[in-house]
Design a protein around this ligand. Structure first.
Ligand code: NAD
Length: 524
């Protein structure tokens, strides 16, 4: 078998006194320019340009990396696994519409480009694949493993998911039969009762315990050793859990959370146990579902251990569209007054969400996604004013993974007029989520190899290189309810999220943010 796993191509170098390449690192001096605003008398402002100089250090060696999925035997887990295998082997397969070839469509890292600059001779834009901006892991090289409460091998689980074409499944089946999820922890109260019949692959015990944390840590170490890996990224793509109650003394601090796990407290969710185990193994942990896995104690634990975490809830279809469309409407000066979002889906995720407590987690994560855009526009909205927003999800077995999303956006336009935008979005949910799973792994891994040092934060200089904050808000583009460092603002607007991602990557190689000013084409 030939594996298609291209090495980093070093497609470009930056020729600047601020950028130095060594064998093992890219070292950059970068001037970050922002604007500080002072409130002066009578509701007026004074804007003061500010500059901070940072050193960025990027480790160039691409590590051997593994991805461990919690819920590996689910629709997302099986689909992303089959997709990576198909890409790795460069597979093509027949469909009723003709042959299809493996691709990474829907992945920002693998499927999109970034403007590097302007061609010095022709003055045209030069665009390069996102994957080539920094020395990133290639998804074809990922070792894949994980846990599931259902013990089905991945080939059978892929059939159960009913997402991929039979001709494609036939080509990856042999490899996937050999892949069997590790036993997992199952606390029945956290997911829908209708999931019980698939729970046949369990680690003993039905509430949190240190033994569970230790077993998961051991699983991560074993996986690392078995595949000779430098790094493992763990991602929750298991069922949506109910919210855990936030209880002072139980999950409010790192120490209390560890004590609560030791005591088997019933408000510690399986996803939190996985997060804790990953943090203690220094494996970045990303939560792809909406529940509050990252209770304050879990965030504090990550900070204490300098471990990376990210979440919550993959932003794949309806919400991605929402965070682009609402950004557009409000930025266009149009007053959005209501959003009605309705879904029906027939996969196991839909079945789980037909239970009220689990639906509630999803409803919360889907509901806050326009807050920042509304709050930013004090011309259209008075303080505290908000568009009406309703989210409905129904389970409809017949449509399987082919989720339907119907959205009505109702807005007030010039002189009391109205605009109604009605969207009908149909697609295989798991084919949208799988590339996000890949992006989250690749970007989280990249962030473990970037360090910074400031030359001046209010006059002071940091002496040592440090990591980015434990909470990787740079992953926001892929997530519906982005987790940010405690006390920092959440950005939901899709264009801003992409801007943060691309411009932080650019800064790491000493390039200015994409400004789109193109003065070179405007000033003659
Ligand atoms: P799925 O139900 O097909 O897969 C979930 C898997 O998790 C199942 O195989 C189940 O057996 C397993 N599981 C449940 N509890 C577990 C535990 N404690 N430990 C290990 N495994 C466990 O669902 P899916 O369609 O793959 O979606 C997975 C998650 O991703 C859901 O929570 C869903 O809400 C979320 N999500 C999906 C999308 C999308 O577009 N597909 C978007 C956003 C969020």
């Amino acid at each position: 078998t030939t594996f298609l796993s291209p090495l980093p191509r070093n497609l470009f170098t930056v020729n600047s006194p601020n950028v130095v390449y060594t064998e093992s690192e890219i070292n950059t001096k970068y001037t970050y320019r922002t604007t500080l605003v002072n409130e002066v008398a009578d509701g007026k402002f004074e804007a003061v340009p500010k500059e901070t100089v940072y050193d960025f250090k990027v480790e160039r060696k691409v590590p051997k990396t593994g991805m461990m999925l919690v819920g590996w035997g689910g629709n997302n887990g099986t689909t992303v696994t089959a997709g990576i295998i198909a890409n790795r082997r460069g597979l093509t397969w027949d469909t009723r519409e003709g042959p299809r070839a493996a691709n990474y469509y829907g992945s920002v890292v693998m499927g999109s480009t970034m403007k590097l600059g302007t061609n010095a001779k022709t003055a045209k834009d030069v665009n390069i694949p996102f994957h080539d901006v920094l020395p990133m892991v290639h998804p074809n090289d990922l070792a894949i493993g994980g846990w599931d409460i259902s013990g089905m091998n991945l080939a059978a689980a892929m059939d159960r998911a009913a997402v991929l074409e039979p001709t494609l499944k036939a080509r990856v089946k042999k490899e996937m039969v050999e892949m069997v999820p590790l036993p997992s922890i199952y606390y029945p109260d956290f997911i829908a009762a209708n999931q019980e019949d698939r729970a046949d692959n369990l680690i003993q015990g039905s509430k949190a315990s240190l033994a569970h944390v230790d077993q998961i840590r051991q699983d991560i170490r074993d996986f690392k050793a078995k595949h000779g890996l430098d790094k493992v990224i763990v991602q929750w793509t298991a069922n949506t859990e109910r919210f855990a109650e936030l209880i002072p003394g139980i999950n409010d601090t790192a120490d209390n959370l560890m004590k609560a796990i030791e005591d088997g407290h019933e408000e510690v969710a399986p996803s939190t146990v996985f997060a804790v185990a990953s943090i203690l193994e220094n494996a970045p942990f990303i939560n792809g579902s909406p529940q509050n896995t990252f209770v304050p104690g879990a965030i504090e634990l990550a900070e204490k251990h300098n471990a990376f975490i990210g979440g919550d809830d993959f932003k794949s279809g309806q919400t991605k569209m929402k965070s682009a469309l609402v950004d557009f409407l409000i930025s266009a000066g149009i007053k959005l007054t209501s959003i009605a979002s309705y879904n029906h889906l027939g996969n196991n995720d839909g079945k789980n969400l037909s239970s009220h407590k689990q639906f509630r987690s999803k409803e919360i994560s889907k509901s806050n996604v326009v807050d920042d855009m509304v709050e930013a526009n004090s011309v259209l909205y008075k303080k505290g004013e908000h568009p009406d927003h309703t989210v409905v999800i129904k389970y409809m077995p017949a449509v399987g993974d082919n989720k339907r999303a119907l959205d009505e956006y109702y807005a007030e336009i010039f002189m009391g007029g109205h605009q109604t935008i009605s969207l009908f979005n149909v697609c295989e949910d798991s084919l949208l989520a799988s590339p996000l799973i890949i992006d989250l792994v690749l970007i989280a891994e990249m962030m473990t190899r970037i360090q910074w040092k400031a030359h001046a934060i209010d006059g002071a200089t940091t002496k040592e290189f440090g990591n980015f904050h434990s909470v990787l808000s740079i992953l926001s583009y892929m997530l519906k309810a982005p987790l940010t460092p405690p006390g920092t603002p959440v950005v939901n607007a899709l264009a801003k999220q992409r801007g943060a991602l691309t411009n932080i990557f650019r800064a790491c190689v000493g390039l200015e943010p994409e400004s789109d000013m193109t003065l070179e084409h405007k000033l003659f």
